[in-house]
Design a protein around this ligand. Structure first.
Ligand code: UTP
Length: 288
């Protein structure tokens, strides 16, 4: 039902300098897969096939990643390395990838408004690929699509954060309609600890209805001199409906060095080693 997913990937990733000087933050690998591929896989699992990227200067590695590399394909054809490309080939074959550039970094709200040309007049998913979400069953976006079917309005993913960290997030407060769902009443961008309306923080997964574009157009420059998505969402909550969903799964803030290292350790243990274990056993058996 929701076909399109928007990936704002234009940010500078200054917390990872010098690594991000010429390489997009979203191409940093967690074990052996770039962050942006985890995000695209999550969107695909949620039924979305049109992947739309808001890019900036120095981000060419992203379109290259979602394209066929003929030399590489020829080089490894018929070798046991070929299966390392299975997942990315599957995405390339089954999805479309479109790109537009955000010419000035005027914030997440501005990046999403820049993506209007790729999205048009329909509800869409948004993934901030530096928030890596790992789940046992359905991915976070797939969980949110289920909710969208019920509520037919904008849905933001939330989680509880320590009281001292509210100034890193948009924080919501609302009426609890189910133990994991709130109807948003208030939303504040990066409130100082002590001034936050709750400890429920918005993370990098959204389902947005297309009226968000008009709201973003009318949103004045806010905190940090940027056009804040949170400000437009607050207007949407006041004039329409925004639901906040406490998702099932684990999120890693891979935009920070600590979160990135934590994600790497977790994915190595729980995804990579687990997936590799049967092959290792088979090769030991073969060696005798
Ligand atoms: P962040 O603030 O986490 O990303 O924005 P950043 O600016 O790249 O990182 P630091 O803080 O300098 O280390 C959240 C998301 O919004 C995108 C970023 O690419 C990231 O995915 N973004 C942010 C844009 O696309 N454009 C912007 O103007 C700002």
């Amino acid at each position: 039902m929701i076909r399109k997913c928007l990936f704002p990937v234009a940010g500078y990733g200054t917390r990872f300098l010098p690594a991000t000087k010429s390489m997009p933050k979203e191409m940093m690998p967690v074990v052996n897969k770039p962050l942006v591929q985890y995000g695209v896989e999550e969107a695909f699992q949620a039924g979305m096939t049109d992947m739309a990227f808001v890019t900036g200067r120095g981000k060419r590695a992203i379109p290259d990643h979602f394209d066929i590399s003929y030399e590489l394909e020829a080089q490894i054809a018929g070798t046991d390395k070929e299966d390392r490309l299975t997942d990315i080939r599957h995405l390339i074959q089954n999805c479309t990838f479109t790109y537009t550039r955000q010419k000035q970094m005027l914030g997440l709200g501005h990046a999403i408004l820049t993506g209007e040309t790729l999205i048009g007049d329909q509800p869409f998913g948004v993934v901030l690929a530096d928030d890596l979400c790992i789940t046992d069953g359905d991915g976070v976006l797939a969980q949110m699509v289920q909710l969208y079917k019920q509520f037919r309005c904008t849905i933001v993913a939330i989680e509880e954060v320590p009281a001292g960290e509210t100034d890193k997030y948009g924080i919501i407060k609302g009426e609890e309609v189910r133990d994991d769902i709130y109807r948003v009443e208030t939303m504040v961008e990066k409130p100082a600890p002590g001034e936050a309306p709750s400890d429920l923080a918005i993370i990098g997964r959204y389902i947005l209805t297309p009226d968000i574009f008009d709201l973003l157009r009318e949103t004045p420059v806010g905190k940090g001199g940027e056009i804040q998505l949170t400000d437009a969402l607050m207007r949407q909550a006041q004039t329409g409906c925004v639901m906040a969903y406490r998702f099932k799964g684990r999120r890693f803030d891979c935009g920070s060095v600590d979160g990135f290292v934590e994600a790497t350790n977790y994915c190595y243990e729980h995804l990579y080693r687990k997936a590799r274990a049967p092959a290792e056993v088979a090769s030991l058996v073969k060696k005798g």
